[in-house]
Design a protein around this ligand. Structure first.
Ligand code: GCW
Length: 717
């Protein structure tokens, strides 16, 4: 009896320890013991010993990670030895492990890109070993993360032969962090940069941030907001930034800063910031020299100019190219890069904002210095739940473009809604621009710059903050993860990436993976359905960008410009007969978007003005189709809740409850969107919401008067 009781107690202890409460801080690097009995475990157990010489800071970082990973995953102490043994891991570069030089696979190492790596099962001096090798120390670090990922995701470790090189060179996070600690469009607390204590005090969080980024191949971080403050370039702030650069360097992450165009005036004592003025040019050169004296591997500048009130070269009658090239010239001797954003519009009403970016930048193609990227957002408006790809992709063959994605969910429910963005990123990357005929996807366009210009890039605006779990919503972590994995390989599959993340974040068990993946893979479409289906866009709340406000109407910023609703129709005519936006795409794409019959339904109201009675592909009228999607969206959030409930007891309580309660919140917000929008549209169309559907509980007036209690964080202090 006693024995039974002890066994039972032991069982309880084991099962609760398996489901220990987790707050999410460890991200996907949890390194919990791999389940016993999985296919590769026995191999792992034998493969415990490691040969890993080398004392550079990146090799030390890699070794620490391997140590944490192996001892956690295998639940045994990490052991290093200097003698070759069967089944061991041998890790390093030909410099740190000279015996690599005599191996046949040495040529493979030689053929790797700077950050590439090789993971191979092979025989060295008669011993069967697994090698993690690279030409550079950072390559080794990336290889270590990949090897650990194989174990975390229950991948076999037998007969490995993996050769990886990043497909894009610059893979950067563009933080919108203000110097006062707030984060513009950040929903996970405050900035993780503790400026007050920098440069001397290095928080553990900086290392964990760098580890997380390195694990997915991110190699750059712009520290501060594109709505910039000149003082970030002052000596005292540069010294602080150098502290972060020091913390990130071992992990292969370079620091970048935004450059406020008016800085020569604001902090340089000059009376102009004219890019043609020799004194201004000298000021930037001196400033750059100062930066490199503090941060020898400084990455470069990110600039938002002549957009939303930011200063820029146009203030002096100069072009974007004039402005970018001035900075590029200053950075060039040090190998620095300029990211010049193509998100440009002034705070005034335009004929059509969708065509502005292309119109301003297309004529400048070929005029930028060779260390400049022009950086458009994924779509021509502004990080909407769904946009067609930006027509500059495919339209600037002579200028390397960097794609800017948004990881923070500014227009996708903030950190309150579960929306997996991997599918959104993939949709953009796999959109065909037809630049060089069929197959010229955005992804290929980005990669092609490597061949034509020797550089290539992608950027993401992160969702990271001081919240315990980094991203507010636990599933926000998946978006950070997906960005990094797609930056490394923009042709990777969003579904596979979701699976990797889910395995590492939750478990390798099918009964956990299946519901988690179902939810993730439906979530973005669901969000589009209950907020802005059928190509609707920019009808969110004016300030917070969360919640519906299609009724917002002021002289400068009116939602009516984006939906143009009347009693007869809705949508904007952006065809060749309308604003001409379709004409900014290559012929086959233009022809598809321009013809209402060929235009994919998800972009219908983006490109076309459509009567309420228009018969859609489903056979329903436009009105009924809109109603259908809004209701479908809410239903799907309810489905997501049910699916999530399948995980009750299968994952730890803390993370289960966290997501369950946010899904309830998401349901309320989805209803708010659905009812608010449909009642507003109904005011014009005069058409009914079919009686068999759950009817809105409140009047339009009620929705119009819902206060937006969460003040959005302003651009500056
Ligand atoms: O639309 C906007 C956001 C701003 C942001 C801007 C941009 C950083 O609402 O908060 O400013 O996009 O991308 O520059």
């Amino acid at each position: 009896m006693m024995k039974l009781r002890i066994i039972y107690l032991l069982f309880l202890l084991c099962s609760t320890s398996l489901l220990q409460a987790e707050n999410g801080y460890e991200l996907w690097l949890r390194y919990r013991p791999v389940a016993k009995g999985t296919s590769h475990t026995s191999y792992c157990m034998k493969n415990q010993k490691v040969m890993f010489p080398g004392e550079t800071e990146s090799l030390i970082a890699a070794r620490k990670e391997l140590q944490a990973g192996l001892s956690g995953l295998l639940d045994i102490p990490y052991t290093e030895t200097k003698v070759l043994e069967n089944n061991m891991l041998v890790v390093g570069t030909p410099q740190s492990v000279p015996l690599f030089k005599q191996q046949t696979f040495h040529a493979e190492i030689d053929g790797l890109a700077d950050e590439g790596y090789l993971i191979r099962s092979c025989t060295i001096e008669g011993k069967k070993v697994t090698v993690i090798a690279a030409r550079t120390d950072v390559g080794v670090l990336y290889g270590v993360f990949h090897y650990l990922r194989l174990m975390q995701t229950d991948h076999s470790l037998d007969k490995l032969h993996i050769q990886e090189n990043p497909k894009l060179k610059y893979r950067v996070l563009d933080h919108w962090d203000n110097l006062n600690g707030t984060v513009e469009r950040g929903y996970a607390g405050y900035s993780i940069w503790n400026w007050e204590r920098l440069p001397s005090y290095k928080e553990q969080r900086y290392t964990d941030y760098a580890r997380a980024n390195a694990s997915i191949g991110i190699n750059g971080a712009v520290l501060n907001n594109v709505n910039a403050q000149a003082k970030s370039l002052r000596y005292d702030w540069l010294v602080k930034a150098s502290g972060l650069a020091d913390a990130f360097r071992p992990y292969g992450i370079k620091v970048y800063l935004t450059a406020k165009f008016s800085a020569p005036k604001e902090i340089g004592g000059l009376n102009t910031a004219n890019p043609k003025d020799p004194q201004v040019r000298k000021w930037w050169k001196d400033k750059v020299e100062e930066i490199y004296s503090l941060i020898p591997d400084f990455g470069g500048f990110l600039v938002k100019a002549n957009s939303e009130g930011q200063p820029g070269p146009q203030d002096y009658g100069c072009s974007h190219a004039d402005g970018a090239n001035m900075l590029a010239e200053a950075l060039k001797p040090y190998g620095g890069i300029v990211f010049w954003r193509a998100f440009v519009y002034q705070n005034e009403r335009h004929v059509d904002r969708v065509i502005t970016g292309y119109n301003e930048f297309k004529p400048l193609d070929g005029e930028f210095a060779d260390n400049v990227f022009v950086q458009p957002k994924n779509g021509p408006i502004d990080f909407q739940p769904r946009e067609p790809f930006h027509p500059l992709f495919g339209g600037m063959p002579d200028t390397p473009l960097s794609l800017e994605l948004q990881i923070t969910q500014e227009n996708l429910g903030h950190a309150g809604h579960l929306v997996y963005l991997g599918t959104l990123f993939e949709e953009i990357l796999q959109s065909d621009t037809y630049e060089q005929g069929k197959g010229s996807t955005v992804s290929k366009v980005l990669q092609n710059y490597q061949k034509t210009h020797g550089i290539s890039a992608i950027a993401g605006v992160p969702n990271i903050g001081t919240d315990l779990n980094w991203t507010g919503h636990l599933f926000g972590q998946a978006n950070w993860y997906a960005f990094g994995r797609l930056a490394w390989n923009p042709d990777a599959s969003a579904g596979k990436i979701a699976e990797e993340w889910a395995r590492m974040t939750f478990s390798n068990s099918e009964s956990v993976l299946s519901p988690v993946l179902k939810i993730m893979m439906m979530s973005r479409e669901t969000y589009v359905d209950y907020t802005m289906p059928l190509g609707l866009n920019h009808i969110m709340n004016f300030g917070t960008h969360n919640g519906p406000e299609p009724w917002h109407d002021d002289p400068v910023w009116t939602a009516y410009d984006y939906h143009k609703i009347t009693k007869d129709s809705i949508g904007v005519d952006r065809t060749l007969k309308g604003t001409g936006a379709t004409g900014q795409y290559h012929v086959p794409v233009c022809a598809m978007f321009d013809d209402i019959k060929k235009c994919p339904q998800e972009y219908l109201l983006w490109f076309h003005r459509v009567p309420w009675s228009y018969k859609t592909a489903s056979g329903r009228s436009l009105w009924n189709e809109l109603v259908h999607y809004y209701y479908k969206g809410v239903d799907e959030v309810r489905q997501m809740q049910q699916i999530w409930n399948e995980l009750d007891g299968q994952i730890d309580r803390e993370r289960f409850e966290h997501v369950a309660s946010l899904l309830k919140y998401q349901e309320q917000e989805a209803i708010w969107w659905r009812d608010g929008c449909l009642l507003f549209f109904q005011d014009y169309s005069g058409l009914p919401i079919p009686a068999n559907l759950e009817q809105p509980k409140h009047s339009l007036k009620y929705y119009k008067n819902i206060p937006f209690p969460h003040d959005w964080k302003g651009h500056y202090e």
